[in-house]
Design a protein around this ligand. Structure first.
Ligand SMILES: Cc1cc2nc3c(=O)[nH]c(=O)nc-3n(C[C@H](O)[C@H](O)[C@H](O)COP(=O)(O)O)c2cc1C
Length: 154
């Protein structure tokens, strides 16, 4: 059976839509027959997207010193459906921030600590003015996660 890699992000702008798409393209770029990559805009994702995943990448903007409302709403909707059913799920985060990103990282981690997911790498914080390299960083994040799932290293 194929392993599912799930990518969920809020996409309030052209730039942030690009980041979600590039993360998914990166995950697909390893051309694994073993992995099914699914990516969703946060408002369209529910617990079924998370259950039975072998890895998850969450992307969010930082808004008012916190994760986006869409991502918080996503966690509110999936939390109890996923609690105790997704322990150990490998995860990574990217954060698109105007100038900071650290409090979003801290607050997402509080939620994910409750879910007992397993962090596979430091968060990718894409801060400051838009930079073309942000797309590449997301592409690499997707490819790294997919390669790790394929080779069972998490
Ligand atoms: C209401 C609002 C609040 C924001 N608050 C923060 C913030 O607290 N910290 C930060 O680094 N960026 C903040 N930003 C900037 C967003 O993170 C940024 O606009 C978003 O990542 C989209 O970036 P883009 O211009 O590349 O599309 C805020 C943006 C909005 C619209």
């Amino acid at each position: 059976m194929k392993k599912k890699l799930t990518i969920i992000a809020n996409t309030p702008s052209i730039n942030t839509r690009l980041l979600l798409d590039q993360t998914a393209l990166g995950a697909k770029s390893i051309q694994s027959n073993l992995i099914d990559v699914q990516h969703y805009e946060a408002s369209k994702a529910d617990h079924n997207c998370v259950l039975n995943s072998s890895g998850i990448i969450i992307g969010t903007t930082e808004n008012l010193g916190y994760m986006s409302g869409m991502i918080k709403d996503f966690f509110d909707r999936i939390y109890y459906e996923c609690l105790e059913k997704t322990e150990g799920l490998p995860y990574a985060i990217y954060i698109r921030a105007g100038h900071d990103g650290t409090s979003t990282d801290m607050n997402i981690k509080k939620i994910i600590t409750g879910l007992k997911w397993k962090q596979i790498q430091k968060p990718v914080i894409l801060k400051g003015d838009w930079n073309q390299e942000f797309s590449q960083q997301c592409h690499t994040l997707g490819a790294t996660m997919a390669a790790g799932i394929e080779s069972n290293i998490y």
